[in-house]
Design a protein around this ligand. Sequence first.
Ligand code: NAP
Length: 455
Amino acid sequence: MSPLGRILCAVDLEKASERAFDRALSLAVIGRAKLFVLHVVPKDVRYSSRAAERLQYLTELKERAKTAGVEVRVEEQQGDPVRVIVLHANARKVDIVVLGSNGRRGWRRLKEGSVAETVLRRAAWPVLIVPWDAGTGVLGEKQTRPSEVLHLEEVPLPNAGDGDVLVRVQAASANAGDSHLLRGTPLPFRLVAGLRKPKFKIIGNDIAGRVEAAGRNVTQFRPGDHVFGELSRCGFGAYAEFAVAPEKALALKPANLSFEEAAAIPTAGCTALQGLRKGRIEQARRVLINGASGGVGTFAVQIAKTFGSEVTAVCSTTNIDMVRSIGADYVLDYTKDDFAALGQRYDLILAVNGDRSIWDYKRALSADGTYTMTAGTNRQLTDALLFGPVLSMGRQKLGNLLMKPNQADLLFLKELCEAGKFRPMIDRRFPLSEVPAAVRYVEDGRARGKVVITV
Ligand SMILES: NC(=O)c1ccc[n+]([C@@H]2O[C@H](COP(=O)([O-])OP(=O)(O)OC[C@H]3O[C@@H](n4cnc5c(N)ncnc54)[C@H](OP(=O)(O)O)[C@@H]3O)[C@@H](O)[C@H]2O)c1
């Protein structure tokens, strides 16, 4: 089923940028829609040579549309732009009107009395307005410091196929992995991130937003749906106003969460869930979480509690109260207490952060306990990779986890949220223009819960 039937792209040839046409065409390709381009000539206006150039561009656009299998009709009308656009939208029963708008924030800051604002006010038909500057995104270029390589710039709408969903991003969240992608460290990361420079121009894993359009093979989502999702398996791109994802990378947003809260969940929430599951959380009576106060840790504490386990959280002095507030039964301050020396045994240890040897973890495990490492220092990682398989030959199991994003886990977490069993902890919010500061803040390793980007 085609989610979009007809698109009306109404332009003033003097002002419209070529990008406006490109975006309308991208939407038409994604939605398999017919595209009507209407250029309205206000009375008594004589067009300049610039308008002629755009007419030429429209001719080229029609050629490209033909190649993409999209039908385009171009019409010229004289008169008052608002009247003409409204009349045409009514007559054609369009699904989306593409209009230009002034200002970087697009329709959210439409100038009062402008054509776009008046059309939006008078709209009697289902309509979404796509601002000309819709493609603003944060790009990364070299493997070095985030603040030096990330910058905001206009980018085209991402390409989407028949199985893809185009999402207008409302919020994203930063992850420790962002700086690994930018720096290409540790070295094995370069297999994903690019050997000599980042492969992905726009980084960012986690999004929450509104479905703008859905490809014809998409069955689960419709334009207007609120979704959240994880993009690391489909080219990243969360730090932008629009992102594209296959439907399996997304799920409907938990109804009781804001976009910001929902964007905090995918990477960190799925990592916590998969780490706990790998540690057989269903059978674990006593759980220890090292690094309990960061993005992954705050989810791990709350999720472990939903399985009925007794949770001991390890963090620094400043985070003790916060970690207790999200449900930890016991809190160890790693600046004073050494969990491995206290003589306690845990059925499951999740090492989210920290710098302990695998032998310390092994000592704190019960006879058939499981230790899962999601991150921490290089020592934690190499220990788990080198010694994990050998130490797992008995009843104890010790190893690492590489999170695999998937829709089933997103849905599981959505249900927990909607049942009121957990809520993301948000430390800070940064606007899209300050993604470098957000990435740097997370990189410093002191975030208390998640860092969110508001788009
Ligand atoms: N394996 C995977 O697939 C996977 C997936 C996602 C993330 N990760 C990794 O998981 C790690 C954690 O991610 P995250 O999002 O939770 O990071 P994060 O939010 O940046 O973690 C920050 C937290 O770590 C705590 N911390 C720092 N040093 C610590 C130490 N020595 N011992 C205990 N806690 C310490 C800090 O708390 P205090 O200030 O209280 O110390 C802070 O609250 C990252 O390295 C990330 O790359 C792995």
